[in-house]
Design a protein around this ligand. Sequence first.
Ligand SMILES: Nc1ncnc2c1ncn2[C@@H]1O[C@H](COP(=O)(O)OP(=O)(O)OP(=O)(O)O)[C@@H](O)[C@H]1O
Ligand SMILES: [Mg+2]
Length: 350
Amino acid sequence: MFSGASPRSYGLAGSIDLEGRVVNEQDVARVLASCDMPDYGDGREVLHAQPVNFALDHRTGLSDPRGQMGQELATDMHMLTVDAIAIQNLAHCVKRCDLELAGIASSSYVSALSALVEDEQELGAACVDLGGGTTGVSIFMKKHMIYADAVRMGGDHVTSDISMGLQVPTAMAERIKTFYGGVYATGMDDREMIELESDTGDWEHDRRRVSRAELIGIMRPRVEEVLEEVRSLLDAAGFEYLPSQKIVLTGGGSQIPGLDGLASKILGQQVRLGRPLRVHGLPQAATGPGFASAVGMCLLPPAHRMNGGTLTFRLNAILCAASNAPCAGSRRTGDAKRAKFRRCGVSISA
Ligand SMILES: Nc1ncnc2c1ncn2[C@@H]1O[C@H](COP(=O)(O)OP(=O)(O)OP(=O)(O)O)[C@@H](O)[C@H]1O
Ligand SMILES: [Mg+2]
């Protein structure tokens, strides 16, 4: 899966004349192909393109129009593009590891697939995936992703602030962050001291101690900055107009103690910490929020499937063939992953 690379969301619309016939699979393919493609620019690739709604005459909100009659079939699609160079680099790395790339998906999308409960996906929710270099945001409504974007900051920026603030190497900053990190300081944190050991030979520098409150003082502004950027991104997407505005935090960075409290202050009341759902029998180590995207990747094909056909998959294939991009939602990815999981004794419920 894939995060960052300046994602951009587009809403596409298309319609075809049915002349009163029953909608069949070809009609669905035709209406999807009838969507007018925006000019998404050179150096960009389509990562996802999914129908989010079908309408037959004046009946809208259909998830699968096949088998129904009408005069005009219309559809709304959500398309996500990213920087092509980022995809090419990733594909190159995978190839150099002698692995075969079966598909690419946006990590904020797959995190939401695994971490949002049905109601949240249906009524409106955002998944905020706090990764290392980026913080991905995806918005779901009526079981579909309708918007995705990313903030170009994540947990690694918090680590580098600690590294600079305390004058310690990155590896130690990372360790201090995961062991003692937080965003709310209490009186007790003034007295809890963290040993900073190093071996520069300078005794004064090598035997230093900082209070946990001081560490929190370094971490909090950056976390606030990330969350405020997420807020403005959600505002720009019109998140407040959804019937429900749940926010689910995933990704390794969401494990900072107290983050949910700070997030609800900045993003609104309905914030919860997410973790991967829907896959049973995961090893303990893979049940945390940092694994939401990895688990979501395994869920990708079933979640795309529409009663016996994979409309999204085929559409993606059409669009990707046009743009030479590897396709998301490839059936092979899913089947291979599912088979692998089955071998490990893990079952996936669609
Ligand atoms: N217990 C923890 N407390 C705080 N932060 C943590 C903890 N565990 C991991 N992190 C942070 O989570 C970040 C990595 O998260 P994740 O594994 O979701 O990123 P990624 O998916 O590899 O990166 P990206 O999404 O940017 O490509 C790192 O910045 C790491 O420091
Ligand atoms: Mg990630």
